[in-house]
Design a protein. Structure first.
Length: 483
């Protein structure tokens, strides 16, 4: 029997367990904070007391039959799914589980090339073969949009044997594809639809947002509850509509990749954040949309700055737009988004989500206030006043799909050698290189390294972007296939 959305089965069980003054002879070894005094003194006794281990009263994430299962059922109900699975390894674990649940070794999956790194890792784990689609590009803005229906139809015709389609909903910049149409096309061709909804947890709570994966009839979606739903970092949920994919198989896959020492702090934050959205989500996101629209309007009044919005809906790859993604175009004032990202943090104590060649991005969500939005706007006005110079136009702000030579799994397990970045043109990459955030790979294992890719990596290094994924932390060298 499903409980009321006003209840928090797991969080309530944690509080009851803590009230009993249990003497712990199990792990964790800090024993309710007594063994980690400096940390406990800073964060407080309560948080350490409820950092508990699996037990009969507290259930077990590997095989939930008690309070965790009750909390997952409430999550499924709220998001119109048949089943929900709590994730403590982030949406990374969910994306990998979706791919491994839908694809057997050697199966083909259709997906955009600008997916998160976790999707490529999912291909490696599943030994699946990617059939990449290039997202639509908005040349003037220098950003990728989403996948057009025309390109999706062509990809299905070219790959009729594909077992699944993976779609990002929305992209990092807030653009959604025509998800309902994609689901219809996929199911007509016996393909499962998997949705990376890392930035779309909130879509169910306003008609002004694009359609969610579950609402569109997708088979599975993974939501980063911690990004826009209010839970603690690293906590996410995997949602399933049963039919093509069996829930017991999904559970088995998750038990391969997810930790057996699941954090009850993370899981209970999912339970409480779910309750908050169930009771207050519509009203909260009405307020957040008002803040987002105000911020966008004020930024568009600042000479040299602009922030795109719903006016782009209708062009290829932009069926919908999430207004809480506030991308600020700054190249007209002679700065890159990476530079403005650093200036805002270092000089104004404002931490943006990320910066790219032309934009810096703010994510507006549950904890944002009018006061903080106004501080951002004042800071941007001051930056324009202090830094404005001639506009910059960069040769490379977006990259086209690299050429795939070897499957990700085969490349990952092949012999490799280390070469200087500048000498790698034409070689096949044996590792990932990406700017984080957003975590979209510039190059992945098995792809040919082009001159454009080398120049773009050098540009990011010059901008002091946070590059990750490579063995060399400074990306002066790259592992390529060979002896």
């Amino acid at each position: 029997m499903i409980k009321s959305q006003e209840e928090t089965p797991l969080f309530s069980a944690m509080k009851e367990y803590n009230s009993k003054n249990i003497i712990p002879f199990d792990v964790p070894g800090h024993k309710q904070g007594k063994g980690l005094k400096e940390f406990t003194d800073y964060f407080g006794q309560t948080i350490m007391q409820i950092d508990v281990n699996s037990s009969k009263p507290m259930d077990n994430l590997s095989n939930p039959i008690g309070v965790i299962k009750e909390a997952e059922n409430l999550m499924a109900e709220l998001f119109w799914a048949d089943s929900a699975f709590f994730l403590v390894n982030g949406t990374t674990a969910g994306i990998q589980a979706m791919i491994m649940s839908a694809c057997n070794p050697g199966d083909k999956i259709i997906l955009p090339r600008n997916v998160h790194k976790s999707a490529i890792n999912g291909l490696i784990l599943a030994d699946a073969i990617p059939a990449y689609i290039e997202p639509e590009i908005h040349d003037k803005l220098g950003i990728s949009l989403n996948i057009s229906i025309e390109k999706m139809e062509q990809a299905i015709i070219r790959n009729p044997d594909a077992k699944a389609i993976l779609i990002t909903n929305p992209t990092y910049y807030g653009f959604s594809a025509d998800l309902k149409k994609i689901v219809q096309l996929a199911h007509q061709n016996n393909m499962a639809v998997l949705v990376d909804e890392a930035h779309g947890t909130h879509f169910n709570f306003s008609r002004d947002f694009p359609s969610s994966g579950m609402n569109a009839g997708a088979d599975m979606s993974t939501i980063s509850f911690h990004k826009t739903g209010g839970s603690l970092t690293q906590s996410s949920a995997l949602l399933l509509i049963e039919g093509i994919i069996d829930k017991n198989h999904v559970k088995a896959v998750l038990n391969i990749t997810q930790t057996t020492s699941s954090s009850y702090l993370l899981m209970s934050s999912l339970d409480v954040a779910r309750k908050n959205l169930a009771l207050n989500g519509q009203e909260e996101f009405k307020r957040i949309l008002k803040l987002s629209r105000y911020a966008r309007d004020e930024i568009n009044k600042i000479d040299g700055l602009s922030s795109f919005g719903k006016e782009l809906i209708g062009i290829d790859g932009a069926c919908g737009f999430d207004e809480t993604k506030l991308a600020i175009k700054v190249n007209e004032i002679g700065l890159t988004g990476l530079e403005v990202y650093d200036i805002l943090r270092d000089q104004y104590n404002i931490q943006m989500e990320f910066g790219d060649s032309y934009h810096t991005l703010a994510v507006i969500s549950l904890g944002d206030t009018q006061e903080n939005i106004d501080k951002l706007i004042l800071a941007l006005k001051d930056i324009v006043k202090r830094y404005k110079k001639e506009p910059i136009i960069l040769d490379k702000v977006t990259l086209h799909n690299p050429e795939v030579i070897v499957t990700p799994r085969n490349a990952f397990y092949s012999h490799r050698k280390l070469k200087k970045l500048e000498d790698c043109e034409g070689d096949i990459s044996a590792e990932f290189i990406m700017a984080y955030p957003p975590g979209i790979p510039i190059i992945t294992p098995g792809e040919r390294i082009s001159k454009d890719i080398i120049e773009y990596i050098i540009f990011l290094k010059e901008q002091k972007s946070m590059l990750t994924g490579s063995e060399d932390p400074y990306v002066n060298n790259i592992n390529v296939l060979g002896f």
